[in-house]
Design a protein around this ligand. Structure first.
Ligand SMILES: C/C=C/C(=O)SCCNC(=O)CCNC(=O)[C@H](O)C(C)(C)COP(=O)(O)OP(=O)(O)OC[C@H]1O[C@@H](n2cnc3c(N)ncnc32)[C@H](O)[C@@H]1OP(=O)(O)O
Ligand SMILES: NC(=O)C1=CN([C@@H]2O[C@H](COP(=O)(O)OP(=O)(O)OC[C@H]3O[C@@H](n4cnc5c(N)ncnc54)[C@H](OP(=O)(O)O)[C@@H]3O)[C@@H](O)[C@H]2O)C=CC1
Length: 445
């Protein structure tokens, strides 16, 4: 591992040098264990502790297949899907690995008694498999998390529609929270050169998801002037949705749960911010009954902030807790676009407000190859910025996931893998200097 790190840190290393490095037989990786998938049985979601289920193990290097690449991971980040994996909810991810393993001889490699998690990385290509021409050892890259087989025509127009669509590091093995990761080479994209390793690893998954969900024609197709209601506007997805709304000339109405989070939204440039905690919305009277009066109070507050207008697009992900309110506050003909259900996936809403007002609900999930590439391009050009707050070591990934599970974090939480310290890997100081305040906006808050 030392030879790999030395080569990455030497400005004189050539692609040949990387190709000649002898790869280690094993590497350190964050895992969950199949024989522990029942460990939290009977506990409430809140009490399931990722620090107990996430392990840092030495694991054997997987065999490299056609169209694949092995990447030295300098940094990764925590996504909520790793929280779901670590608490074995809504389902254990070992079922995904078993199903993938049944597909072919090559995919059998993924069906193991341990699951190496993580769906983001920034690092350096070490080896490429047969048939890979676009990338070579030594290339500095980030990886998006869409894994598809592309053998069916269903996915040829929009790669998210492939019947064998999987999220790498969640529904496949060999993810990014590790010193080395295995990806399909078409997951690779150029690392934005003005960012450090940990900054470059932070946006990937959430930035691409927010891009499809909000901007792409496959999602809400946001346009200038739209009022966009953004739940969790300083969180992982929300901090990118807010930037897309502002950069695209829309009007974000940011919902957060503390004055600190409200302040960070304002510092991004948002003017309309709702502190849901301070204003005490209670959309549910009890576990089964919603309170339409509270939807209305929320809608009135939105009208105050917009000068009397209703919402064109709701950027939904909290799910059960907020969905009824989201449908209600959307204007006639407006769109509710959803990619998750953090607070519960069995939603309840009053359908009269949907059909009578010709609203639409759009399901959205990650991003296709092209959307992921376009979202990364915006980061590389300094149009959208990482929202990295805190950075942990690989050893402390359990704590990092715990913070996200308990909503103790802001923006994105990073993890250093091979990078010995923060701040390394910047190749374009000029572009960085231009955007340094925006790049650091979320740091250490
Ligand atoms: C990028 C980051 C993203 C995120 O963070 S997203 C948040 C985290 N993700 C999640 O929470 C999602 C986790 N996944 C799940 O909960 C489950 O994964 C799903 C509910 C999505 C799917 O459930 P399942 O049981 O795995 O799959 P089935 O599609 O229901 O297939 C089971 C069997 O049911 C059959 N089936 C499917 N559709 C139909 C139909 N319309 N009519 C009849 N049968 C159907 C299938 O074929 C299959 O059958 P056979 O077991 O024999 O293979
Ligand atoms: N389908 C897909 O492709 C993707 C799905 N996801 C899913 O989206 C969800 C959010 O991910 P991410 O943004 O990274 O997570 P974060 O935890 O970083 O941010 C979510 C934010 O949502 C807000 N929130 C949480 N619970 C509630 C609630 N009950 N009511 C209102 N607001 C709430 C919180 O903000 P505050 O407290 O300030 O209001 C929180 O900061 C997860 O379930 C994740 O698995 C994520 C990425 C891709």
């Amino acid at each position: 591992m030392k030879d790999i790190l030395d080569a990455i840190q030497s400005p004189d290393s050539t692609s040949e040098d990387f190709a000649n490095i002898k790869l280690p037989e094993s590497y350190r990786a964050v895992t969950v264990h199949k024989d522990e998938q029942e460990m939290f049985a009977g506990l409430s979601s809140r009490d399931k502790d990722p620090r107990k289920s996430l392990h840092l193990d030495d694991v054997p290097l997987p065999e490299l297949g056609p169209g694949e690449a092995l990447v030295a991971v300098m940094a990764s980040s925590v996504n909520y899907n790793s929280v779901w994996t670590s608490i074995f909810e809504p389902v254990s991810t070992f079922g995904f690995l078993e199903r993938y393993g049944r597909l072919s001889e090559l995919t059998k490699r993924h069906d193991l008694p341990y699951h190496i998690i993580g769906s983001d990385l920034a690092g350096v290509v070490l080896r490429t498999g047969p048939g890979v021409n676009a990338w070579k050892p030594g290339d500095e890259v980030v990886a998006h998390c869409l894994s598809v087989e592309l053998e069916s025509s269903d996915g040829h127009n929009d790669t998210m529609l492939d019947p064998e669509q999987r999220i790498w590091g969640f529904e496949t093995n060999f993810g990014g929270l590790a010193e080395i990761a295995l990806v399909k080479s078409n997951q690779l994209m150029p690392k934005p050169d003005h960012l450090s390793w940990e900054e470059a690893a932070a946006p990937g998954l959430v930035n691409s998801t927010a891009y499809r969900q909000l901007v792409s024609r496959n999602g809400a197709g946001m346009k200038q002037g739209d009022n966009v209601l953004i739940w969790g506007a300083s969180g992982g997805l929300g901090s990118y949705a807010t930037q897309f709304a502002l950069a695209g000339g829309a009007n974000p109405i940011c919902v957060v749960s503390s004055p600190e989070k409200a302040e960070i939204c304002r510092s991004m440039g948002a003017e309309a911010v709702i502190d849901r905690n301070a204003e005490g919305y209670k959309f549910w009277k009890d576990e089964n009954t919603q309170d339409p009066k509270e939807w209305k109070r929320f809608g009135k507050r939105i009208r105050e902030l917009t000068g009397g207008e209703d919402i064109d697009i709701v950027f939904e992900h909290p799910g059960r807790e907020t969905f009824g309110a989201s449908v209600y506050v959307t204007r006639k003909g407006g769109t509710i676009t959803t990619c998750a259900s953090t607070s519960g996936y069995l939603h309840q809403y009053d359908n009269r407000y949907l059909w009578m007002s010709l609203k639409r609900i759009i399901g959205s999930h990650f991003a296709n190859y092209r959307e992921a590439w376009e979202a990364n391009r915006l980061i590389a050009k300094g149009k959208i910025h990482p929202t990295l707050s805190k950075v942990y070591s690989l050893e402390d990934t359990g704590q990092a996931a715990y913070d996200v599970h308990r909503n103790l974090h802001q923006g994105k939480v990073g993890v250093l893998a091979l990078a010995p310290e923060e701040g390394l890997g910047v190749r374009n100081e000029e572009l960085r200097a231009k955007h340094i305040d925006a790049i650091n906006r979320f740091r250490n808050i």
